[in-house]
Design a binder for this molecule. Sequence first.
Ligand SMILES: [Zn+2]
Length: 283
Amino acid sequence: MSRSGNKTSQILEAAEKGQYGVLAAIAYNVEHITAFVQAAENRRSPLIIQLFPSTLVQTPSLVHAAAAAARTASVPIALHLDHAQDVNQIKEVVDNLPFDSIMVDMSHYEKEENLQRTAALREYCHAKGISVEAETGRIEGGEDGILDTGDLEGILTSPEDVEEFIRAGVDYLAPSVGNVHGDYGVKGPQLDMDRLHNIFKALNGRVRLVLHGTNDFSPELAKACIQAGVTKFNVNKLVLDPWHDYIRANIHKPITQVIDEGIDVLKRSMERWMDIMGSSGKV
Ligand SMILES: [Zn+2]
């Protein structure tokens, strides 16, 4: 497979051209996959299904269910591995599993080593036709929400970072612009939108822009990020929360009913966010 034939790249290039966002939704089980695909087909929307590396260990068959669902869908759906941090696991995944793209996350190393390792793994992935996402700066995790700007400054993505990662040959960049993994706390997301705009300008159409840390996002903020150039939105709780709420409230019902109704709740949540992202009706 050539890189130009890469499914994730095709989906994101079309999104950048059409100025809409694509949901890259984390799946933990087969009901999630089912609801994601049904929503994409109902809305005629492209979609990226994401798995965490831990899921490959926890439920090894899920990646094959996701790949089959993506392959047989009537709309473009790509399969992406999120936050792959283990070099050996990445190589094993590239050699054996049907992913279209992988986030090679070496952000736990200092910048020079991050770049070096990213470039080497990028070469390994590209040789198999798999495209690569990387994280510039360091996106903070934790549940306590936004840190002081003073504390955060050292890890925010700079324009120089962008050039270095483009030289490392990655296809998609996930910058650190005040976005955090986990919940944002009472103040809600406080993104540095000027920085996001400037990063997109610096990319100059060479790679696609990805946003991590979308818990607690409002539709308005998502739209502002699309305006700033983001095409790939990593979403987890943002779309899954209604499903969690449904399961908690209905777990006493017969299992088949819980599965059916849960899929329906999640499908509607996905459809709502596809409408907000502007990806509905695009394929
Ligand atoms: Zn992330």
